[in-house]
Design a protein around this ligand. Structure first.
Ligand code: 3PG
Ligand code: MG
Length: 396
């Protein structure tokens, strides 16, 4: 992506208030951080800004609280984690976005950090509300977007805020992601296989209809696969799926045929009656009304491994199953291992992305290696698709 204005390394920022939008959207379970990758990646730049005596206003979302203050999605655990890692005064702001927060930003001393509570606790964030964006913008003289993984969202703290701050830049993490993904797009060799899984079906299903035009194979796993199984009239029981997706699936399948892109969906799966249960392996024909599909089955794993072996480039986003329960990490771990082996022996170019994908890889305990591992999921897919991401277009 050309023309993005990056934060200049030699800029004098002493005493300046910097609004830094990052992605601290980490997986939580009972308010405990399950994977700290996204926070750890933000740390070096934060430390640099602290060292250079700026005043930092840190903004992030966590999950999708839909404008409601949901304590399960509070950034408090992230605040505690950051505070432990950073050697400076840090404050957590849980109030409204008004004069009060503005005053707090004014009172910050050099090298201090003010973390704003989950910005999606305010519905104005996702509505990209002008007034709200203006109030956010008033907190600083410089705005830096270092959240590539959120840049596909036209939301206040990513998009409209940029109208209300004088100096706007992209941060170093965002830069690193773009350079890495651009180099893969440039060097990719056919056959290209895209593996798409995860649970954010609505975000990704639209992306697939575009990807069929440019890749050789699309392997559909995770909750995404349930829509395709349901479309083919298989019982999917109580499995996660997107309502009214039939027309989209139909369009994807016919577009795929027109562009000679092979679409692979699972032939067997691992099911259980609940998320904490044991795995039962079944052909997709035999799923029952009270089953939840939580992973792909061993037969499907073999087929996917063959496709990986025959590919020269792999792009993967979204786990194949509910890997949080190790009984359902079969598909995800097998895919990760095969891609890694082929990357290590030089026969494959691999780019992986997504918060959950990264978390699954860390959790697998396997020694894995890939050409590029991105923390971005939806943004990564849309960027690959060739879309102009709203959050990036305003950084030019
Ligand atoms: C992600 O996890 O991909 C980013 O944090 C963006 O989250 P969103 O899909 O809820 O906008
Ligand atoms: Mg995510």
């Amino acid at each position: 992506m050309q023309g993005i204005k990056y934060f200049p390394q030699d800029l004098n920022i002493e005493g300046k208030r910097i609004i830094l939008r990052v992605d601290l959207n980490v997986p939580l379970n009972n308010k405990k951080i399950q994977d700290s990758t996204r926070i750890d990646q933000v740390l070096p730049f934060l430390k640099d800004l602290v060292k250079r005596k700026s005043k930092i206003i840190l903004i992030s979302h966590l999950g999708r609280p839909k404008g409601i203050k949901d304590s399960a999605l509070s950034l408090l655990p992230v605040y505690r984690y950051l505070k432990e890692k950073l050697n400076t005064n840090m404050y957590f702001y849980t109030g409204e976005i008004n004069e009060e927060v503005n005053a707090k930003s004014m009172y910050l001393k050099e090298s201090e950090i003010l973390l704003i509570e989950n910005i999606r606790f305010f519905k104005e964030e996702t509505e990209n509300d002008e007034n709200f964006s203006k109030r956010l913008g008033e907190m600083g003289e410089i705005y830096i977007n270092d959240a590539f993984s959120c840049s596909h969202r036209k939301q206040s703290s990513i998009y409209s805020i940029t109208k209300f701050v004088k100096e706007i830049y992209a941060g170093p993490l965002l830069r690193k992601e773009i350079i890495a993904i651009d180099s893969v797009i440039k060097k990719k060799k056919n056959p290209v296989t895209c593996i798409i899984g995860g649970s954010k079906v609505s975000t990704k299903i639209g992306v697939i209809s575009n990807l069929v035009k440019s890749v050789s194979n699309i392997v559909i796993v995770g909750a995404m696969a349930n829509n395709f199984l349901a479309y083919k009239k298989y019982e999917i029981g109580k499995s996660l799926s997107e309502e009214n997706s039939e027309d989209l699936v139909k369009k994807i399948l016919s577009e795929a045929e027109a562009h000679k892109c092979k679409i692979l969906i699972p032939e067997d799966c691992l099911v259980s009656k609940n998320f904490e249960g044991e795995a039962v392996s079944k052909d997709v024909k035999f799923v029952e009304k009270d089953d939840i599909i939580l992973d792909v089955g061993p037969k499907t794993v073999k087929i996917i491994e063959k496709i990986i072996d025959s590919s020269n480039t792999i792009m993967w986003n979204g786990p194949a199953g509910y890997f949080e329960n190790k009984n359902f990490a079969l598909g995800t771990n097998a895919i990760a291992l095969r891609i890694s082996e082929n990357t290590k022996n030089g026969s494959l170019f691999s780019v992986l992305g997504g918060g959950d994908t990264v978390s699954a890889i860390n959790k697998s305990g396997l020694e894995l290696s890939f050409t590029h591992l991105s923390t971005a999921g939806g943004a990564f897919l849309e960027y690959l698709e060739g879309k102009d991401l709203p959050g990036l277009s305003v950084l030019k």
